[in-house]
Design a protein around this ligand. Structure first.
Ligand SMILES: NC(=O)c1ccc[n+]([C@@H]2O[C@H](COP(=O)([O-])OP(=O)(O)OC[C@H]3O[C@@H](n4cnc5c(N)ncnc54)[C@H](O)[C@@H]3O)[C@@H](O)[C@H]2O)c1
Ligand SMILES: O[C@H]1[C@H](O)[C@@H](O)[C@H](O)[C@@H](O)[C@H]1O
Length: 338
């Protein structure tokens, strides 16, 4: 069976996902697209050489009998509306992060899914599918460095556009750490604090950049994450775990090392597309398999999306107050037991 997919939002990652669904992965076909900018969607369909109908109305696309499942890759603030509409139509939906831009928005989705009675939602948190994070997790789970005590992480982007604002450093960027570190440590967050170092001259007036977020977990682990989205030099994701008996580092992406002219050189990737390319492939193949079988056995759930958003809400509050803000994670409903 071929899963007939409708894609809402044909910008950067929408086009990446349409390409992998159409030309790389097995069992799916993109048959419908929507974007608030009609030309963007039509140009993407033409460039990618696919047969997909353009729908001016995203809700007509979601309800269409020609569409079995949805991929939502529009701007974050639109996700809640489109995911709720997909659940109402009883169709599986892959939604890029964030699931919604507030915890309440994610909770509305969790409630709707539980009411529907069957899992339909997968969130685009791809890092747990990434080989380097899986290697790091295996190292911790094997007890190779003893109990983790503290983490030092970096989430650096070379630059961001004018529309990127201070809260987006949490809701759009740190949200990846909020998801993957919960999974890596098998732990939950209990508090958050945000510190603003000296601001880079490369950031717009409405963006505090860099920022440092300090999280504490229920097990007492302290996580220090530097977010720097105009770092200029590359797309750099780092994670160092200090344990009782040693330190484990997230492996660097595979790059050839060159020794030449009295220097040792290794390239640094410039964007997320290449850094997590395999992880995106695996997560979307998992979605095709989940949606086709009707059994969601892998990938981030709506609850994972909600858990990250509960922590994100506290971080956004901490950005504004400068205080240590508590994070109170509700107990996971049995519905989401894996
Ligand atoms: N998992 C990842 O690593 C990753 C990487 C990039 C982006 N993302 C997420 O994917 C989403 C899209 O990001 P992007 O970089 O592709 O942004 P983008 O701006 O390139 O694309 C977004 C698209 O959504 C369209 N859009 C906006 N509002 C819409 C609406 N109401 N209806 C239909 N279409 C609408 C825009 O016209 C645009 O084409 C964001 O939520 C972002 O956080 C995730
Ligand atoms: O939407 C993107 C994407 O999620 C990237 O993985 C992240 O590094 C960026 O900060 C964010 O803006």
């Amino acid at each position: 069976m071929t899963l007939r997919i409708g894609v809402i939002g044909t910008g950067a990652i929408g086009q990446e996902h349409i390409e992998r669904l159409s030309h790389k992965l097995i069992g799916a076909q993109v048959v419908a697209v929507n974007d608030i900018h009609e030309e963007t969607a039509k140009a993407a369909v033409a460039r990618l050489g696919i047969q997909a109908k353009f729908y001016a109305d995203p809700h007509a696309l979601i309800k269409s009998d020609d569409v079995d499942a949805l991929v939502v890759t529009s701007w974050g603030p639109t996700h809640e509306e489109f995911v709720l509409a997909s659940i109402a139509a009883g169709k599986p939906v892959f939604c890029e992060k964030p699931l919604a831009v507030t915890a309440q928005g994610c909770k509305n989705i969790v409630d709707a899914e539980i009411k529907h009675g069957k899992r339909l939602v997968q969130v685009g948190f791809m890092r747990p599918f990434d080989l380097t994070y899986r290697q790091l997790k295996a190292t911790l789970d094997n007890g190779e460095i003893g109990q983790p005590l503290l983490l030092n992480c970096k989430h650096f982007n070379p630059e961001v556009g004018e529309s990127y604002t201070t809260p987006m450093a949490i809701v759009d960027t740190l949200i990846h750490e909020l998801d993957v570190l919960r999974w890596l440590l098998d732990d939950d967050y209990v508090s958050a604090r945000v510190i603003y170092p000296r601001k880079t001259s490369k950031a717009s007036n409405h963006l505090a950049d860099p920022q440092v977020v300090i999280l504490e977990t229920a097990k007492g682990i302290v996580i220090n994450t530097q977010i720097f989205v105009n770092c200029q030099y590359g797309y750099d994701i780092q994670c160092e775990v200090v344990g009782e008996q040693g330190i484990a580092y997230l492996p660097e992406p595979n790059q050839v090392t060159i020794r030449k002219n009295a220097h040792v050189q290794r390239g640094i990737l410039m964007d997320w597309k290449k850094r997590f390319i395999e992880a995106y492939d695996v997560e979307l193949q998992a979605f095709i398999n989940n949606a086709t079988s009707g059994n969601f056995t892998s990938g981030a759930s709506a609850w994972d999306g909600y858990a990250a958003a509960v922590a994100a809400d506290a971080c956004v509050k901490a950005q504004q107050t400068g205080n240590i803000e508590p994070i109170v994670m509700p107990a996971m409903p049995i519905f989401y037991n894996k």
